[in-house]
Design a protein around this ligand. Structure first.
Ligand SMILES: [Zn+2]
Ligand SMILES: [Zn+2]
Length: 169
């Protein structure tokens, strides 16, 4: 079995582990490499900031009081600031790039809402690295997702991107 694959987008031949798993394809992997897929998602968000802001605004207004309550509580505990510095420390141990600061986390919350990307719960949430730092994943905004502790531990050290699908319009 082939252990490399040529990305349809950038035409680079890379290891299979540099492609997301996709059971729809014969070799069980995406046709685009992870780098290209990430770039695509980034572009979609950048091209449609209003779409995601609006989606999240609707969610916030529906859950307004609870949202404020949680945000106040978290800010009081410096939850995100602490998460950022904890990850920076871990990244150093793993020898991977770390750029995330508190403002990046707050920005991601603005785009996605502070809720589990799998079950939508608003309790016991955590920041998860899509490609775990222990496997060489970077501590950068494009590698972060929001998961409840249950879904975070279910995911473990697998690379699963739970970010909402960005099929716009
Ligand atoms: Zn590619
Ligand atoms: Zn969950």
């Amino acid at each position: 079995m082939d252990t490399t694959k040529t990305c349809k987008k950038c035409n680079e031949t890379k290891g299979l582990n540099e492609f997301y798993k996709n059971s729809k394809n014969k070799d069980g992997h995406d046709t685009k490499c992870i780098e290209c897929e990430k770039a695509r998602v980034r572009e979609l968000v950048l091209a449609n900031p209003d779409y995601y802001k609006e989606k999240n605004r609707r969610w916030k207004s529906k859950n307004h009081e609870r949202y404020l309550e949680y945000m106040t509580e978290w800010n009081a505990n410096n939850f995100h600031k602490r998460a950022a510095s904890r990850n920076r420390y871990r990244a150093k141990n793993y020898g991977v790039l770390s750029t995330v600061v508190e403002a990046d986390l707050l920005h991601l919350i603005d785009v996605y809402g502070w809720k589990c990307m799998v079950c939508q719960t608003e309790e016991n949430l955590s920041w998860d690295h899509i490609n775990p730092m222990s496997k060489g994943g970077t501590d950068t905004p494009d590698n972060l997702q929001i998961l409840c502790v249950n879904h975070n531990s279910q995911k473990g050290t697998k690379m699963i991107d739970h970010r909402p699908s960005l099929n716009v319009g």
